[in-house]
Ligand binder design. Structure first.
Ligand SMILES: Cc1cc2nc3c(=O)[nH]c(=O)nc-3n(C[C@H](O)[C@H](O)[C@H](O)COP(=O)(O)OP(=O)(O)OC[C@H]3O[C@@H](n4cnc5c(N)ncnc54)[C@H](O)[C@@H]3O)c2cc1C
Ligand SMILES: NC(=O)c1ccc[n+]([C@@H]2O[C@H](COP(=O)([O-])OP(=O)(O)OC[C@H]3O[C@@H](n4cnc5c(N)ncnc54)[C@H](OP(=O)(O)O)[C@@H]3O)[C@@H](O)[C@H]2O)c1
Length: 431
């Protein structure tokens, strides 16, 4: 390879996939990875200190919906891969396409700064600097805990789901899990057989989706309706939720409130086990936390209960510690990126994987990577700054209209719409 002219930050699924796409276009790149191994989020106890994976984590996107288009996940693997299997798959992908050789492990990027000549200066933790024509940020967005602020104080242990690994430290304890995202639900299920009592608190409920409907992974039903019958995502999710009803019935029977918003306005909450655990009396559902009282917590329904530990599964803030916020920052409800990738007015700065899709992340980021490679190869020119800003404004308006008003939806995208737009740009050779 020629001297790298593009720097990629991170060797998780997004950074590796970006490298592969650049290589296919003959663009020389260097990946800097803070940890000593590949895999990012999917490497349990990753020595980068950033992985939110717990021991029992299995992906909630099924095998056939999940893999890269030109490197299918082997059929002997189960429908829902464990983090270990997922990490193994990412490693074989990187090796198959010769991306690993371009990764410099144990190299944390500490600063990324624009230079007067239009290039980007990258400073590593060892103090060395080099400059590039472009920087591709793929540092992951699910590692910096978002903490809620509740009135009062709690004397027991408080932790974020990011730091949860196994149930064993909580054996015999009374544990409150706050939130009803996928982390909250997985962790409550994981804890409930060994803890003395597990309560899950939710402020607005969620539409529960099982992992299987009639023995078929739920997202395969969605793919069939969405990609084969070309139904809009809104219809697809409404139909799938009706099918799910046949499988799980009315979740209110289990004390889980039905949200006031329709199913297509939220990020899917997928669990095959939650209702069964509630049905066995292992998990109790509570409304929003009202106040913390030393060793107890009171809730919006007036109930009060003592706990040993609170696990806040309240999601993540998006952070780029190596970037000056004046250069780029994500604020709640606002990530100003053209096509969710390019920063207007900052040519050469790009973000890959900075999305939370309705649908699988990994194949979506593959399309983003192809788009970016086409832009960097000069095949797909970007529009002027005013056009970029207008596209972003329209996207943010649609986002606010469509999804529930919560910081959780700042990076939400619809898989089909986003991938379709990027593919059209590549076909038309103009973004
Ligand atoms: C618990 C959990 C479950 C999930 N389940 C699913 C699922 O079922 N389906 C799905 O599609 N998605 C799922 N996701 C989303 C998942 O994050 C994405 O699928 C994807 O793997 C993210 O990859 P990434 O490369 O963008 O980020 P990461 O995997 O976080 O990788 C980022 C990499 O960047 C490196 N890095 C960060 N900062 C620096 C720096 N300054 N210098 C050098 N290197 C740096 C990190 O060390 C890391 O290796 C899940 C996420 C979580 C937290
Ligand atoms: N098995 C899997 O594949 C798996 C497992 C875990 C995570 N993930 C993925 O990882 C990403 C992050 O998931 P996550 O569950 O960690 O975070 P999340 O999706 O952001 O969910 C956070 C939850 O906490 C609630 N919450 C936030 N702030 C709150 C507050 N102040 N008071 C009360 N409740 C509050 C949110 O409620 P509101 O909706 O009301 O804001 C939501 O229920 C998602 O993309 C998810 O799909 C996947």
């Amino acid at each position: 390879m020629k001297t790298p002219d593009v720097c990629i930050i991170g060797a998780g699924s997004s950074g590796v996939c970006a490298g592969k796409a650049l290589k296919a276009r003959g663009i020389a790149f260097q990946i800097f990875e803070k940890g000593t191994q590949l895999g990012g989020m999917w490497r349990y106890e990753n020595d980068n200190g950033q992985s939110s994976a717990y021991r029992s984590l299995h992906i909630d996107t099924s095998r056939k919906s999940l893999g890269y288009s030109d490197f299918p996940i082997p059929a002997h693997l189960p429908d829902y891969l464990s983090h270990e299997q997922m990490c193994g798959y990412l490693e074989s992908y990187a090796d198959h396409f010769g991306v690993r050789e371009q990764v410099r492990f144990g190299s944390e990027v500490q600063r990324v700064e624009p230079r007067a000549d239009g290039r980007w200066q990258v400073t590593l933790a060892d103090g060395s600097t080099r400059d590039y024509r472009a920087v591709v940020v793929a540092n992951g967005h699910l590692w910096s805990p978002r903490w809620p602020t509740f009135a009062g104080g709690f004397d027991g242990r408080q932790m974020h789901s990011h730091h949860y690994r196994t149930a064993s430290p909580f054996e015999g304890q009374r544990v409150l899990v706050v939130g009803i995202g996928n982390s909250a639900v997985d962790i409550a299920v994981d804890l409930c057989r060994s803890a003395r009592r597990v309560c899950l608190s939710t402020r607005r409920g969620a539409w529960l989706m099982p992992k299987y409907i009639m023995g078929i992974p739920t997202d395969r039903w969605g793919s069939f309706l969405n990609r084969h019958l070309h139904l809009p995502t809104r219809w697809t999710r409404s139909i799938v939720s009706r099918l799910a009803f046949l499988s799980i019935g009315d979740q209110r029977r289990f004390g889980i409130p039905r949200p006031a918003h329709p199913v297509w306005r939220e990020h899917a909450c997928v669990s095959q086990d939650l209702l069964s655990c509630v049905g066995h009396g292992w998990i109790a559902i509570k409304p929003d936390v009202r106040e913390l009282h030393g060793d107890a917590v009171s809730f919006a329904d007036g109930s009060r209960e003592a706990f040993d530990t609170i696990v806040y599964a309240t999601g993540y803030d998006t952070r780029f510690p190596f970037l000056d916020p004046d250069v780029f920052a994500v604020r709640d409800h606002e990530a100003r990126l053209y096509r969710r990738i390019a920063v207007p007015g900052r040519p050469g700065l790009y973000f890959i994987g900075l999305v939370q899709p309705i649908g699988p992340t990994i194949p979506l980021v593959e399309v983003q990577a192809r788009w970016l490679a086409a832009v960097l190869a000069g095949v797909v020119p970007l529009p002027d700054e005013a056009t970029m800003q207008a596209e972003i404004d329209a996207h943010l308006k649609a986002l606010r209209r469509r999804y529930v008003d919560s910081p959780r939806y700042t990076l939400e995208v619809d898989y089909r719409e986003h991938a379709g737009q990027l593919r059209r740009d590549i076909q038309r050779a103009i973004a």
